[in-house]
Design a protein around this ligand. Sequence first.
Ligand code: TYM
Length: 340
Amino acid sequence: MTDTKFTPRVFSGIQPSGNLTLGNYLGAVRRFVEMQNTGIETIYCMVDLHAITVWQDPADLRQRTRELAAAYLACGLDPQKSILFNQSQVPAHAQLGWLLNCVTRLGWMNRMTQFKDKAGKNAEKMSLGLYAYPSLMAADILAYKATHVPVGEDQKQHVELTRDIANKFNHDYKVDFFPEPEPIIDGAGTRVMSLRDGTKKMSKSDPSDLSRINMMDDADTIAKKIRKAKTDPEPLPDNLDDLAGRPEARNLINIYAGISDQTPEAVIAQVAGQQFGQFKPLLADLAVAHLSPIADEMRRLMNDVTEIDRILGDGANRAAEIAEPILADAYDIVGFVRSR
Ligand code: TYM
């Protein structure tokens, strides 16, 4: 169902739980910037409440939240055009999260692949927060009645769950209150893979730093990581079908396409027949030229933490102005007495 009665509004978020990676950039932040420039209202969050579902050192969390804010700004998000804030400054997320915990079914949560991946064999030792996490994510989106959610491929299941939760709330309370938001998963970089293993997602939590490009990496580090990226001995073919069974080669082509904003088809046509000895330096030059100015700007912004905090505080005020009336309506629908 596409909801036409809801004003289009974009919401997305990123966890300040590690270094921002090229995967986050191509899968999410670049899309955030594009959507900001379409004229739709855009709200982008640093989801610190989500980050603490696994242990975070408090000083690191504070630093990483500000670094993520610096990354948002350095990549082109504009606090005049988009609402930028950290989640914990807007209590409506946690408050609506509780309501939605009571709507969400355990059977739905048990199907969430990301929990299974993160918990592995240690599910008994994981926090209750990690398990409930997708329902808080639904609250993030629905607290703004957001209709569009730009994310990488790995978050698709969570946005689909958000649709189920919105639908059940509407059905149980016989209202047409929450929209069913659409995931926006677009472009060549929706699933950037590890540089060490083309079958695994590039992730901030991978123990090997060589597996990922961090947005703060300097030029030499980026070039070194690309040089060391796992590949195979075959030259590059002239079409994507012939990359079947070559996940590392496919990943480097996708990364090239993502950074240069082309389709993988266009890239493979340009580099057909090249050995990786030729292609890797091209990719390294492209990545360095594109990412170094962003890293420089992040470092510059991090010199003025007061200004970053001011932007986050202002964004939180504007976010709260939207979310609080929606939360109040949800409380009324549920039947809470509100008398102060
Ligand atoms: P997180 O912090 O893991 O990742 C942030 C965004 O980056 C995308 N992404 C990738 N895209 C392509 N290739 C990759 N290797 C890659 N790794 C990460 C993710 O898909 C995501 O879009 N649960 C979310 C954060 C969140 C959220 C929300 C998102 C909380 N509330 C509400 C949207 C709406 C998460 O952990 O993303």
